[in-house]
Design a protein around this ligand. Structure first.
Ligand code: AMP
Length: 415
């Protein structure tokens, strides 16, 4: 074999595509009922967009981007996420002129150069939404509710919703200073990454995966205790809306998005049985991002959901029925003179929406009937010599074994 798929990527094979379509169909239906419209943006963008739109100090931008110079010496990056791309499109196409809130969703491939493992790939797929144009707490709650609704419609159980508020440019600087103060004395105990985060982005220490950093974080000052009045009210209101629809959540003080344009609500949905890669969806408010990307000040919120992890969760909970390929009719013929006539009828039946198969090489009747069984055909049509002289065929019900002669002109009605 010449080569295999690149590390961290996968083929989605025909029997799996049925599952993907099933999941995508549910996502689209939920989005439609919440008034979100699909947007499709390029798979690659100018590198600058992600540096600004995700942030230089994040792992994704520092270590995980697929970046290359194209033939015109421009630095291009395969999108590692899609908020930046959607916001770029929103600004470039002036979508903000349209409605009170621009509500968009996307489904597509993302690329991150990371060590592959179960639930973590270099090419993976995200479903996500972005709602631009309102800073109302009801929009935050709607965004979280949309994620939860999708997961509920898929039948998933045992999910955990975690929420937090990361404050705003008024209250966060004081908190950052407090955090720096707290970790300064413990700097030597922090992992190498966190030591560099301490200066640039101390809030990222809170969600470091290193066990010892985790221990140190337990006594760190809590951001929700430092929120300004506006952020505190907003957070309380989001909780009221979630309570009103009966959604259960846990407040997790260490759930952060450490960049300046992330504001207020942050949330994550986890499915613990997936182990180390248990986050199935994550999102939050980003009231400063549109401006950061060069648009007019516009508040926004969104989330992204990893589809591979959703499918892993569906498999773990046995929620995927065996997707069998089914065939309505298998056409059988024992005489090559009749083959073109059968071919024509196959075509007519397919045009009427039936799924129809036949034996391309016209084997013996016995082997054709075997194939009909393999295709799990519900019915067979046998184009026998005798019957054909009378403009008839035999219709056999494969479940009951019953068969009868029918006129060719009545085939569709009889089926
Ligand atoms: P993030 O953009 O990092 O907040 O990720 C949002 C969601 O995308 C996560 O909750 C995961 O479900 C999924 N995800 C992120 N990175 C990967 C990856 N490398 N492989 C598979 N899924 C991923």
């Amino acid at each position: 074999m010449l080569t295999t798929v690149p590390r961290g990527t996968k083929d989605i094979l025909p029997n799996e595509v049925t599952t993907w379509l099933y999941v995508e169909n549910i996502l689209r239906k939920v989005c439609q009922s919440f008034g979100y419209q699909e947007i499709r943006t390029p798979i690659f963008e100018h590198t600058e967009l992600f540096k600004r739109g995700i942030g230089d100090a994040t792992d994704v931008v520092e270590k995980e981007m697929y970046t290359f110079l194209d033939r015109g010496e421009r630095s291009i990056t395969l999108r590692p996420e899609n908020t930046a791309g959607v916001v770029r499109s929103f600004v470039e196409n002036k979508l903000y002129a349209d409605l009170q809130v621009q509500k968009l969703f996307y489904i597509g491939s993302m690329f991150r150069y990371d060590r592959p493992q179960a639930g973590r790939y270099r090419e993976f797929h995200q479903f996500g939404i972005e709602a631009l144009g309102s800073s109302a707490a009801s929009l935050d709650a709607e965004c979280i509710l949309l994620a939860v609704t999708v997961l509920q419609k898929l039948g998933l159980k045992d999910l955990q919703l975690k929420i937090n508020s990361v404050g705003c440019s008024n209250c966060r600087p004081q908190y950052r200073a407090k955090l720096q103060e707290f970790f300064k004395e413990k700097k030597d105990e922090l992992c190498e990454d966190c030591q560099s985060r301490l200066e640039r982005n101390p809030m990222r220490i809170l969600d470091c995966k290193n066990l010892h950093c985790n221990e140190l974080v337990k006594d760190a000052p809590v951001l929700t205790e430092c929120l300004c009045d506006e952020c505190r009210d907003h957070f309380t209101n989001v909780q009221h809306f979630l309570d009103s629809v009966g959604i259960k959540y846990e407040i997790d003080h260490n759930l952060v998005r450490g960049l300046d344009y992330y504001t207020k609500t942050a949330f994550e949905v986890q499915y613990p049985p997936l182990g180390a890669q248990s986050a199935v969806a994550g999102g939050g408010r980003y009231d400063g991002l549109v401006e950061q990307i060069g648009g007019p000040a516009t508040p926004g919120i969104g989330f992204a959901m990893g589809l591979e992890r959703i499918i892993l969760a569906l498999e773990k909970q046995n929620l995927l029925s065996q997707n069998l390929k089914f065939t309505d009719v298998f056409c059988v013929c024992n005489n090559s003179d009749n083959f073109p006539k059968m071919f024509k009828i196959v075509n007519e039946l397919r045009n009427k929406g039936l799924s129809v198969e036949f034996d391309y090489s016209l084997g013996s009747i016995k082997s054709q009937m075997k194939k009909a069984n393999k295709f799990q055909a519900k019915k067979t049509l046998i184009f026998g010599d005798d019957e054909m002289t009378r403009e008839c065929v035999i219709l056999r019900n494969m479940q009951t074994g019953e068969q009868k002669e029918i006129a060719i002109e009545n085939i569709f009605n009889e089926l």
